[in-house]
Design a protein around this ligand. Structure first.
Ligand code: GTP
Ligand code: SPV
Ligand code: MN
Length: 609
């Protein structure tokens, strides 16, 4: 079939020649049965979700419990990001660096073109124009995804500013604007008369970025960060390259507004690796009376330096794609209230017999469930009902705690940046960096146990710089240099203060030493008091940590022993980190800024001193 005979090609609602040419060429390559231009309307949501129900991909939830919401189970092999199949195909391998998979872009394209050839046969090819970040930004950050997955269409309805309003911006002021093209295919052509799978995908997966071309090609997976290309692929991997070139930062960070009982408003951002607490902190319900936390973003921050020299952060997303297990009215009541309102997609959680959702940590299990593997499940069995990386996908506009300025194109001025990881030992509850460069060192050497958010072993400690290991679109050494340069370019007293936190330290019985969640406001309070110059700290070899008295423990139900254990800096444990940091720096190689080695040498000296 030549593309001109594919239904839908002629009905393009745009005159943008670049977009039209790309759509036509992609249709000729992938040979879909029809083409649909996605408009992002509520009618379209209804039509697409109905289609997904008819196809057996979605189960409509009980309207009385979760209105306009859907349960979905993926193929059991397609449940998380695939880091070993994710590539940065820069022209020069040096530009991908030691932390990314690399292949020559021409070689990669030759392989992938054969994968994409005829890959949409029998399917609908959807064209999704979208905008990451506010539509009224000076430079709207446009993208277009071509996909053969209706699940992706429904999810992008929630996660991005999708459809007609974004498409209008493609020809803003009569000028054809640039956009990031993302081609996605699940790699499962549907032969005539064949019955479709509920979650079609391919055993072979490629998640590929061409940074110089600002281009994304994704094949074989329908899941989350592999397939919703506006999220990690665009807003982190491609955006980080653009940010390097233009002097800003694209980071894996939540953004929140914190108001004290005195009414002082501060903005914070925090980078924690996947499944390490961003969404929970972004929606935190403070246990300290009078404190208020409002949500601006829960996963990604684009940070630009304003005319006044401060760091302004914008959330490019429009919804939450949050980890379900562990979420309940005690840990994250605001997430619960958000999803209760409906319009949500639940992937790989369990389904109750009365058409509601369930997961580990949401309360007592009913006697019978349909597990994420679509099997009968009862509490007596040993299998998990929900996959550990099961997710809710829900619109940000129905989150009661969203800050009024959440979609201000200017962004919000950051007062503090928190780096954090999941470590059962070594890393104390909170440490304040001495200065910007020391803070960058803390971020660059951040370590965390791997989680179910990516395929592979769980619980293995690895370096995850700025929580960006799987998302830096270029050389990690250059990325650290960019962080240092960004700080140098800004007014020193306007720089956000940097802190390093760990909610996940454990005692000898394996229990968390710190209660976490809503109690984390106590740590934020200390950090903001440090900025104001009113809280006490002790200087340790790794940075400044609170004295136990400096943490507000009013009304906190926890032993003094656990508090001290949370805050402890154990010199021997930190000495054991040194060779690991050394090894990590050796891996990064020549691109590592010498200041990072200086920081390591200084840390070593302080630990020995
Ligand atoms: P991604 O969406 O994958 O980027 O994860 P995230 O960083 O947003 O993590 P999220 O807030 O969803 O938390 C991941 C898991 O950690 C969930 O099971 C939470 O219940 C748990 N968690 C979050 N905050 C805390 C905390 O302060 N203490 C403890 N013990 N667990 C926490
Ligand atoms: C993460 O893994 O950091 C996520 C989920 O937020 S995904 O969208 O799959 O990247
Ligand atoms: Mn999250």
């Amino acid at each position: 079939m030549t593309a001109t005979t594919i239904p839908g090609l002629d009905s393009a609602p745009t005159t943008h020649q670049g977009l039209l040419t790309w759509v036509r060429e992609t249709a000729e390559l992938t040979q879909p049965a029809r083409i649909e231009w996605v408009d992002g309307s509520p009618e379209e949501w209804t039509r697409i979700t109905d289609l997904l129900v008819d196809n057996g991909t979605f189960v409509r939830l009980n309207d009385a419990k979760k209105p306009n919401s859907f349960w979905c189970a993926s193929d059991p092999t397609d449940v998380a990001r695939v880091e070993d199949r994710t590539f940065i195909c820069s022209r020069d391998p040096k530009d991908a660096g030691a932390t990314n998979n690399w292949m020559d872009p021409d070689d990669m394209k030759a392989i992938m073109v054969e994968r994409f050839r005829d890959s949409m046969r029998g399917r609908t090819m959807y064209v999704l124009p979208y905008c990451m970040g506010p539509l009224d930004a000076d430079e709207p950050m446009l993208g277009a995804e071509i996909t053969d997955s209706a699940y992706v269409v429904a999810s992008m309805h929630i996660m991005t500013r999708l459809g007609s309003k974004a498409l209008e911006l493609f020809t803003k002021d009569g000028v054809e604007q640039t956009f990031v093209p993302g081609l996605h295919s699940i790699g499962a052509p549907l032969e005539a008369g064949a019955k479709d799978a509920a979650w079609p995908c391919n055993d072979t997966k490629y998640i590929v970025h061409f940074p110089e071309e600002r281009l994304i090609w994704s094949y074989g997976s329908g899941y989350g960060g592999n397939a919703l290309l506006g999220k990690k692929c665009y807003s982190l991997r491609i955006a980080s390259v653009k940010a390097r070139d233009e002097g800003w930062l694209a980071e894996h960070m939540l953004i929140a507004k914190v108001t004290s009982p005195e009414g002082v408003e501060k903005y914070i951002a925090a980078a924690f690796p996947s499944a390490c607490g961003k969404t929970n902190l972004a929606m935190l319900e403070p246990t300290l009376p009078g404190w208020k936390v409002e949500t601006i973003g829960d996963d990604i921050a684009w940070i630009r330096i304003g005319e006044d020299g401060r760091f302004y952060a914008v959330n490019p997303e429009n919804g939450f794609f949050g980890v379900a297990p562990g979420t309940d009215y005690h840990t994250n009541p605001n997430a619960m209230r958000t999803i209760e309102k409906g319009g949500s997609i639940f992937t790989n959680v369990a389904l109750t017999d009365d058409g509601d959702i369930w997961w580990e940590g949401i309360g007592e299990a009913p006697d019978h469930l349909t597990s994420w593997k679509q099997q009968d499940w009862s509490p007596e069995g040993s299998e998990l009902a929900a996959h550990p990386n099961s997710r809710y996908c829900t619109p940000i506009h129905q989150c009661d705690t969203r800050a009024p300025e959440w979609d201000d194109p200017k962004g919000v001025p950051l007062d503090a940046i928190f780096f954090g990881g999941r470590r059962r030992d070594t890393v104390p509850l909170v440490t304040e960096a001495r200065d910007w460069q020391h803070g960058v060192f803390m971020g660059a050497t951040l370590s965390s146990e791997t989680t179910a958010a990516a395929t592979g072993a769980v619980g293995v400690v690895r370096r995850d710089p700025m929580a960006m290991l799987p998302f830096i679109g270029y050389n990690a050494g250059d990325y650290f240099a960019h962080w240092i340069a960004t700080g140098k370019g800004a007014d020193a007293d306007k720089l956000p203060k940097i802190f390093y936190v760990n909610w996940f330290r454990r005692d000898e019985n394996g229990a968390f030493t710190w209660p976490g969640f809503g109690e984390n406001i106590r740590v934020i309070k200390w950090a903001l008091e440090r900025i104001a110059g009113t809280a006490a700290a002790v200087d340790t070899p790794i940075g400044r940590v609170p004295t136990p008295e400096a943490i507000d423990t009013d009304g906190l139900d926890m032993s003094d022993e656990h508090l001290r254990a949370s805050l402890a800096v154990d010199v021997e444990e930190w000495r054991a980190e040194l060779p690991l940091i050394e090894e990590w720096f050796d891996k990064i190689g020549a691109a590592l800024p010498s200041t990072m080695r200086d920081e390591l040498a200084a840390l070593r000296q302080r630990l020995d001193g």
